[in-house]
Design a protein around this ligand. Sequence first.
Ligand SMILES: *[C@@H]1O[C@H](CO)[C@@H](O)[C@H](O)[C@H]1NC(C)=O
Ligand SMILES: *[C@@H]1O[C@H](CO)[C@@H](O)[C@H](O)[C@H]1NC(C)=O
Length: 233
Amino acid sequence: SSPGKLTAELGKMQSELDWRRAEGQAEWRPAQQYAVNVTLDSASAHPSLEVSQDDRSVSSRWAALFPAVPGDPQRFTEQMCVLSHQCFRTGLHYWEVDMCQRSRWFLGACLEAVARAGPARLSPAAGYWVMGLWNGCEYFVLEPHRRALSLHVLPQRVGIFMDCEAGKLAFFNVSDGSHIFTFTDTFSGPLCAYFRPRAPDGSTRPDPLTICPLPLRGTPVPEEEDGDTWAQP
Ligand SMILES: *[C@@H]1O[C@H](CO)[C@@H](O)[C@H](O)[C@H]1NC(C)=O
Ligand SMILES: *[C@@H]1O[C@H](CO)[C@@H](O)[C@H](O)[C@H]1NC(C)=O
């Protein structure tokens, strides 16, 4: 395409990024006061997953037994996930997950009752509000059908904000507070945080998914305050 067209494209991309950032931060900053240190319930973990001693990280254990096949990330026929100890029926809750360079993962929330029903459940994605990364470049949400998200830059840390009464689950890029996606639905029961490192990772960086400890914040976060503490180390 012509240089003029390219410049216009780049301009469009830039303004989209700016918009995501401005829109996102307006929601993301106040969300942080609802921070909760969720922990992983290792009893809920699929046997292929390894939960760390401190219940904050999960990785896939049997990578060698799951040869990399071109898979269909929308299938939820096997619950290779782990849930949080905490399940929420009411209120506002915010947590963050660091996926480092991991090339495949699913994150979000699910109905406790549905997830605990076990692997026999075959219907895809009902009761799950999940976004994911597939093969390091393809972002998507399941609603319940797979829908691609256009993200130009890969977040390394994702913030998840749950509003039980409003039926919202929002995802943010923690590096700059930009908005990624929001599900709006009716939550018919308690929701747990959902983590699925998605075996096999198939990459050279099988990093675990790690829940970030968050500071306790009693009051709304003022504009422009300490942006740096939320950046990547
Ligand atoms: C998201 O996060 C990455 C780093 O993890 C950053 O480089 C990027 O600019 C962020 N924002 C957007 C809008 O993608
Ligand atoms: C999370 O845990 C850390 C200690 O690891 C603690 O300092 C912090 O206050 C906790 N945050 C919340 C929101 O409870």
